[in-house]
Write a protein that binds this ligand. Structure first.
Ligand code: IPM
Ligand code: MG
Length: 353
C-alpha cells in the first residue's frame, strides 16, 4: 500500500527517536512491499525558534495531506520560562485539538524481562496489561482560562459536555469488548460537577455494552489501586488531566516512561502517534534515549491508521525479542547491567524484524 506519514521530530530526544522510527518504518515498507512517503515538519520549541509559532501553518498543511502523524516530543528548558507568552506544548495541544483527536490510547504492560528491576514487587507486576483511554481534546486543558497577566489571579476551567464523554466512553467500552471486558472509569464525582456528568454519561453508555463489567474509581483512590492491584485492570477511561497523570504513574509498571507508546485517534483512521515520554532534555543529544515507546507508537500507526496488523506485530515481536536477548538502554538497565545506545538498540530491533 501507499501511505504518506507526517514526521514531526520536535525537541530534545524527539529527533533521535523519531529518526530511528522512520528507518524502522522504511524497513517495514521494504520488507512487506509498501510505499511510505515521509514528509517532515516543525513543532514545539524548534518551531518557535524558526517561525515564532509552536505549530506553523506549514506543519498543519503537511499533517492535513498525510494519512498519519508520527511525533517525537516537544518542550525543554530553553522555552520553559513561565512568563513566556508561547509554550512549545501549545503546539502539541493545538495539533490534537485541530485534528479532533479525542481518544488517546496508552497501553501499559509489564515485560517479564524487566520485572526483576522494577520498584514494585515482581508478584504484583505479573500479567499487568492495561489500556488507558484518555480524553484528549477537552476538559481542563481546553476550558475557559485566564492567564495571570499583571494580576494575582488566574484560572482554568474543567468542562465536559455529554457528547464529549459519550464519544470517548464508546471507544473505551469497545476496546474493553475486544479485551478482557472490564472497564474502570476514573473521575472525581464526589467533588467536581463536570465529573458527576462524566460518571452519569459513562453509566448511560454502559447500557449498550452490558457484557462489559464497569467499575468507577475516584482519581485519588485510582492512584493507589494502580500500584496495589495493577493486574486487575483491563481498560481505564479518564478525562484529559487525570489520564495524563495516571499514565505517567503507570509507566512505573512497565519499567520506564521510555517504554510507553500512544495513539491519538478520532472516528476515521487518521491518527497522531507519539511516545508518552517527553523531550527529556537531560539526556538529549547523548544517543542514549530508549526508542521503545517511539517504536511501539510506530506499530500503533501501522495498526490503526494503515490497518497493517501483521506489520505492527512484526515491530512488537522484534522489540520483545531484543529485550529477551538482554539488550537494555540506560533507563531500563538493572544495577551493574551493561546498557546500549539508542542506535544499538534500534539496530537490534531491525535485525530481528
Ligand atoms: C502528554 C504530555 C502533554 C500533556 C504535554 C507535553 C502537553 O504530558 O502527552 O502526556 O500534558 O498532554
Ligand atoms: Mg503527560
Amino acid at each position: 500500500m501507499k501511505a504518506t506519514i507526517a514526521v514531526l521530530p520536535g525537541d530534545g530526544i524527539g529527533p533521535e527517536v523519531v529518526g530511528q522510527a522512520k528507518d524502522l518504518l522504511a524497513l517495514i515498507a521494504a520488507k512487506f512491499g509498501h510505499e511510505f512517503t515521509f514528509v517532515e515538519g516543525m513543532i514545539g520549541g524548534i518551531a518557535i525558534d524558526e517561525t515564532g509559532e509552536p505549530l506553523p501553518a506549514e506543519t498543519v498543511a503537511i499533517c492535513e495531506a498525510a494519512d498519519a502523524i508520527l511525533l517525537g516530543a516537544v518542550g525543554g528548558p530553553k522555552w520553559s520560562d513561565p512568563t513566556a507568552t508561547v509554550q512549545p506544548e501549545r503546539g502539541l495541544l493545538e495539533l490534537r485539538q485541530r485534528f479532533g483527536l479525542f481518544a488517546n490510547l496508552r497501553p501499559v504492560k509489564t515485560y517479564p524481562a524487566l520485572v526483576d528491576h522494577a520498584p514494585l514487587r515482581a508478584e504484583l507486576l505479573r500479567d499487568v496489561d492495561i489500556l488507558f483511554v484518555r480524553e484528549l481534546v477537552s476538559g481542563i486543558y481546553f476550558g475557559d482560562r485566564q492567564e495571570q497577566g499583571a494580576g494575582d489571579v488566574s484560572y482554568d476551567t474543567m468542562r465536559y459536555s455529554r457528547e464529549e464523554v459519550e464519544q470517548v466512553a464508546n471507544v473505551a467500552f469497545r476496546a474493553a469488548q475486544g479485551r478482557r471486558k472490564k472497564l474502570c472509569s476514573v473521575d472525581k464525582a464526589n467533588v467536581l460537577a463536570s465529573m458527576r456528568l462524566w460518571r452519569r454519561v459513562v453509566v448511560a453508555v454502559h447500557e449498550e455494552y452490558e457484557e462489559v463489567e464497569l467499575e468507577h474509581l475516584l482519581v485519588d483512590a485510582a492512584t493507589m489501586h494502580l500500584l496495589t492491584r495493577p493486574a486487575s485492570f483491563d481498560v481505564i477511561v479518564a478525562g484529559n488531566m487525570f489520564g495524563d497523570i495516571l499514565s505517567d504513574e503507570a509507566s512505573v509498571l512497565a519499567g520506564s516512561l521510555g517504554m510507553l507508546p500512544s495513539a491519538s485517534l478520532r472516528s476515521d483512521s487518521f491518527g497522531l502517534y507519539e511516545p508518552v515520554h517527553g523531550s527529556a532534555p537531560d539526556i538529549a543529544g547523548q544517543g542514549i534515549a530508549n526508542p521503545i515507546g517511539m517504536f511501539l507508537s510506530a506499530a500503533m500507526l501501522l495498526r490503526y491508521s494503515l490497518q497493517l496488523e501483521d506489520e505492527a506485530r512484526a515491530i512488537e515481536s522484534a522489540v520483545d525479542a531484543a529485550l529477551d536477548a538482554g539488550l537494555r538502554t540506560a533507563d531500563i538497565a538493572g544495577e551493574g547491567e551493561a546498557s546500549v545506545s539508542t542506535g544499538e538498540f534500534a539496530a537490534a530491533v531491525k535485525n530481528r524484524l
